[in-house]
Design a binder for this molecule. Structure first.
Ligand SMILES: *[C@@H]1O[C@H](CO)[C@@H](O)[C@H](O)[C@H]1NC(C)=O
Ligand SMILES: *[C@@H]1O[C@H](CO)[C@@H](O)[C@H](O)[C@H]1NC(C)=O
Ligand SMILES: *[C@@H]1O[C@H](CO)[C@@H](O)[C@H](O)[C@H]1NC(C)=O
Length: 483
């Protein structure tokens, strides 16, 4: 069954990481490493310039594992510029659909025979990182018994609360990251564009979350900053059991086939890396367990937590795990992302994995563009294994692997001078990537069509996603003869 398979995916693809690709933008830079962040609007020019003359002062010439790790942590602290809600004045915003990855979390795996990182998951507004809404958020969450939550969601805690975090628990950093996300969306969509009015109704807001406390809590944190003090009676949260949000359309043998092929590719790429193998052997000696056991404990997941929280790496009587170990594994992940992209197996997996979700996204846009009722705001609270295939499927090949609290936004606009004309914009972590998607590449930008026509997105989801697989429908693409 699928849930099991996907669990294996997140373990197998040690992906929990960024992409290596040529850095075209530096999203919200955390405080520690970090060179100067170019302005987001300068992103495309910065990228074009790079091909001619790399700017060695602001961008590492080769992917730098520590720099990438810092972006992945997404430590709150630097104000972000975001391009959400930007359009010519004669355009009207009709709907916004947001897919998020949960915020910073405690590791899912422990490194054997070492002390777990000491991180406090009790929310404490006086402790950094914090957010002006944090105290009110906690108080609002204690009153949430009137919300309608599907199935198991209602039994989950609405905010983290353990003095030593539990495995996979959302941390205060994770809550704060989403309070900031919600604040950005509020500024851009409610204050500027009045996407929802004060008396918004339950029918205008759609929320769906996987059954993990970290996704539910991340969604609620974003929602709280987006709609401060919201009426719990208007909130209903749908439970999604599948981490790719395939709902009633999960049966797809070819998707599993491509995923298995991708896992084989990943395995053979890993064993070719002698330095990586040496690093695992080294670390296993430090810890005092067989190399295989050490590798199976997915140490990078835990080390990233140490790194993001500025906690020293674990030591034993045999020595310490050190930053060179960390850099080697991280660098391999970056190279692996590049190879994964070249080999295209993951792309084929991604097309099939994300069709149900993209179909839902595009269907909602179509209904609204036809004047039918549909939610003006939709939030899908999800995982790296949800967002990563969406980025791949829509052709955002230069986008980094989803960091903590990553957000991917689909906006629907109407040209008020020509009410029949509808357009989409696609933004990732506040950056406008509309013209980097496979269905609306940059060269198609025209001054007469400043955004991407909805019809292009519709055509992509209804047809092009399958023609890329030599097929004409989801059903057929899922059941092509295996060879
Ligand atoms: C990280 O920890 C070290 C040593 O505990 C400390 O000196 C340093 O200021 C910390 N850095 C940050 C950014 O918190
Ligand atoms: C695609 O969306 C349409 C309209 O909402 C729905 O009827 C159909 O079942 C969906 N198909 C899949 C495979 O998700
Ligand atoms: C589609 O068909 C072409 C030509 O026969 C082939 O080269 C390509 O690999 C096929 N793609 C898939 C996804 O099967």
């Amino acid at each position: 069954m699928l849930p099991v398979l996907l669990l294996i995916v997140s373990r197998w693809l040690p992906v929990s990481m960024q992409l290596k690709t040529p850095v075209h933008v530096l999203p919200g830079l955390p405080v520690r490493l970090v060179p100067i962040a170019p302005e987001r609007e300068g992103a495309l020019t910065a990228k074009n310039r790079k091909r001619i003359m790399p700017d060695l002062l602001t961008e590492p010439s080769a992917p730098d594992p520590l720099y990438e790790a810092n972006l992945y942590c997404n430590t709150p602290g630097v104000a972000e510029r975001s391009m959400e809600g930007h359009a010519p004045h004669n355009f009207k915003l009709l709907s916004v659909q947001v897919m998020i990855r949960h915020g910073d979390r405690y590791p899912l795996y422990a490194i054997p025979k070492t002390k777990r990182p000491d991180i406090d998951c009790v929310l404490e507004p006086d402790r950094d990182p914090s957010h002006p809404n944090l105290a009110d958020f906690i108080s609002h969450m204690t009153k949430g018994s009137e919300a309608q939550m599907d199935g198991t969601l209602s039994s989950l805690p609405r905010y983290p609360s353990h003095s030593l975090c539990e495995m996979g628990e959302l941390t205060q950093t994770g809550v704060v990251q989403h309070l900031y996300n919600g604040q950005i969306l509020r500024e851009n969509y409610l204050k500027k564009h009045k996407l929802l009015t004060k008396d918004w109704t339950a029918k205008q807001v759609y929320i769906e979350s996987t059954g993990k406390s970290r996704t539910l809590q991340s969604g609620l944190a974003l929602l709280y900053s987006f709609l401060p003090g919201f009426d719990w009676k208007k909130i209903s949260v749908k439970h999604q059991w599948s981490s790719i949000f395939c709902s009633g359309h999960c049966d797809c043998p070819m998707r599993n086939h491509y995923l298995e092929e991708e896992q084989r590719r990943q395995y053979s790429y890993r064993i070719k890396n002698a330095q990586l193998e040496k690093t695992y052997i080294d670390m296993a000696k430090v810890v005092g367990v067989p190399t295989k056991q050490l590798r199976a404990s997915n140490p990078i997941d835990s080390l990233l937590c140490h790194f993001c929280h500025n906690v020293t790496f674990p030591c034993t009587k045999n020595g310490c795990i050190n930053i060179e170990h960390f850099k080697t594994i991280k660098a391999h992940q970056i190279e692996d992302e590049r190879e994964r992209h070249e080999k295209q197996l993951y792309y084929k997996y991604a097309l099939l994995a994300t069709y149900p979700l993209l179909n839902q996204t595009v269907s909602r846009m179509q209904r609204i563009s036809e004047g039918k009722k549909a939610e003006a705001f939709a939030l899908y609270s999800a995982h790296d294994v949800t967002l990563s295939p969406v980025l791949s499927a829509i052709g955002l090949t230069e986008a980094r692997f989803p960091r903590f609290a990553a957000r991917l936004v689909f906006e629907l606009w109407q040209n008020t001078d020509k009410p029949q004309d509808h357009y989409v914009r696609i933004l990732y972590n506040g950056e406008d990537l509309t013209f980097q998607t496979s269905f609306c590449r940059e060269q198609e930008r025209r001054s007469s069509r400043p955004l991407c026509p909805l019809s292009k997105f519709v055509n992509f989801v209804k047809r092009e996603m399958f023609s890329a697989l030599n097929s004409t429908s989801y059903y057929d693409a899922c059941r092509q003869k295996m060879f």
